[in-house]
Design a protein. Structure first.
Length: 166
């Protein structure tokens, strides 16, 4: 089985063999994509969806909003506050209590290694077109890796809010 997954001729740029995805039995609804014109509108929609998920039986501790930047974390925090949804913004290690019944708001980078049944990824973006070829490829690879980190934190429901177009 492992020989079928690992093939020496298929290596990433760092020389490590690429593992092909194998389903672990998870399934659920297709990701919901939010494509609204401003971060505030997106954050408000995410807050609405988190409230709905809570009404459907998910605890607030089962939810996370993963953001591309601290500015987006602040926007999400304001939207959750407007809806009076208990949440905690993680801007440092001391700000994280995994057992608290609050919606966790953190950067995509800080979410590595964590899982939540309901996850919203805020600020997913595509690399800018028209850049130098090598730079664009590196940027695209980094954006894909970062998005992958966020998307794979969801164990049941994934919400993706695209970065507004400039």
């Amino acid at each position: 089985m492992a020989a079928d997954l690992l093939r020496a001729q298929e290596k990433d740029d760092d020389g490590i063999p690429v593992l092909h995805p194998v389903s672990c039995g998870r399934d659920g609804p297709e990701p919901l994509v939010i494509d609204l014109p401003s971060p505030r509108e997106q954050a408000d929609r995410i807050a609405d969806l988190m409230a709905s998920a809570h009404n459907e039986g998910h605890t607030r501790g089962d939810m996370a909003v993963l953001c591309r930047s601290w500015a987006l974390m602040d926007e999400c925090s304001r939207a959750l506050s407007r809806r009076r949804l208990p949440h905690k913004v993680r801007k440092g290690a001391h700000d994280f209590d995994p057992l608290a019944d609050t919606i966790k708001v953190m950067t995509l980078h800080a979410s590595k290694g964590l899982e939540f049944p309901v996850v919203a990824v805020m600020g997913a973006r595509q690399p800018e077109a028209g850049s130098e070829a090598g730079v664009a490829d590196d940027e695209a690879r980094e954006e894909m890796r970062l998005f992958y980190v966020g998307a794979t934190r969801a164990t049941s429901r994934l919400i993706v809010a695209n970065a507004p177009r400039q």
